[in-house]
Write a new protein. Sequence first.
Length: 524
Amino acid sequence: MQLSIENTFSQELPADPTTANTRRQVAKACFSYVTPRIPSTPSLLQVSKEMAETLGFSEDDVQSKAFLEMVTGANVEEGTSPYAMCYGGHQFGHWAGQLGDGRAINLAEITHHNKRWAIQLKGAGETPYSRTADGLAVLRSSIREHLCSEAMYHLGVPTTRSLSLALSGDQVLRDVLYDGNAAYEKGAIVCRVAPSFIRFGNFEIFASRQDTETLKTLVDYTIKHFYPHYEQGTKEGYLGFFNEVVQNTLNMIVHWQRVGFVHGVMNTDNMSILGLTIDYGPYGWLEGYDPGWTPNTTDRQNKRYRFGNQPQIGLWNLLQLANALVPLIGETTQLEAILQSYHTEYPKKYIAMMREKLGLQLALETDIQLIADLEKNLQASETDMTIFFRNLSQVSKDTTENLKDVFYAFAKAAFYTPEEITGAIYTNWETWFQHYLKRLSQERLTDAERAQQMNAVNPKYVLRNYISQLVIDEADKGNYDLLDEIHALLKNPYDEQPKHERWFAKRPEWARHKVGCSMLSCSS
Ligand code: AMP
Ligand code: MG
């Protein structure tokens, strides 16, 4: 393997002088050197071909022992010094102090075709930041991270990527339901890839320690490599940088709302400074449209990270980042103005996105009401979000007298309890469809043109919660065919794939309350 390694994070930022792999508080340093644990019998389960190509690995490389050893931590490439990053974070609204890469180990930065990529192993053993945990990951959660990051990429949602999924050959003890019934599970390692894994929490930790010097070094580093059009060391540069982080975060969340993705743990240590979706833990996909839904059982009480609250939480997290930048900027007025822009921009971008989902090209003031009414209806009749929007593209704008038939065809395909669509629920839907058809009549596109545009933003296939669970159940038995099938399916989420039509279906009833399908713990 001929890799072009060019480390900037570990070369340009201060390192922890201690190299022992012991849990500790690390001051005045952005990272600690650490060596991945050697897995007992590592084996590859899946490689993302496109990602491997993007990084410059040949097909032979991917087949090689060197590749397997690299992506499982069995061997450390010559000339590299793996490390874990130091960061803090606000968890569920409270400052949690130092967190850091407790089970992620950065291998190196690779450049290929003038792009830099950081390569990181998740689940490759303990680090100085592992706190009370073991630094390992189980197959279940690794499948979820690997599949979902690739699915999100192909959906066009900004995200970290997964190069590979591998078994370590070791057993890992986990108590899935936190009820004292711990059991051994297969250990696994995901090789994650992103231009950078820096999070809001990387900045917050230095601000919380009044270490303005290291904070400034890290901000200047981030600007130099990832926001190079802003000037380092100046107030204007820092404000420009922050403003762009705000825009990137906002755009990412609009995408989440578009595809029905619920992150589940939007703590500030899980917020990428590049606006990438990062840390796939107890995430989930909306089946029945419900702004109040969160898959994360740890958040069951407050539902802080519910679908409908994600935009609000994005802003709250940006406020924490702004606070961390205050020592470099010296005052807050302009930071506040930028945060205020999120308030005004988000609703505009959300409405624009929803117009696209509805196939509307003109921007009319009345669309806001049309969208609000739709959201109410979707929720009132437990409507599968993915199926609804996908099928909506099939509605002809000339539908007149057979509206009832059109509606019932919809109800049958997309509603979880079509038999309950009576009375006011039915009337509200009928009214909505009438308004929608009237609205379509103001548009110039033909039905076919509109359908094509809608199908480019309304996916046909998403990683439904129960699909992940089926893949996991098969993998636990040592069968990876379904893993391959779903990985391939989700590479073209907007395309009709007739042989995969069975995955374009409502969640089966058995999955409604099954652990892993509709609810997940953080145990991973
Ligand atoms: P999360 O909410 O999963 O992003 O994790 C929050 C913090 O816990 C991060 O600092 C993680 O590195 C750490 N963490 C999570 N799971 C483990 C584990 N199995 N071993 C060590 N650290 C972990
Ligand atoms: Mg995390």
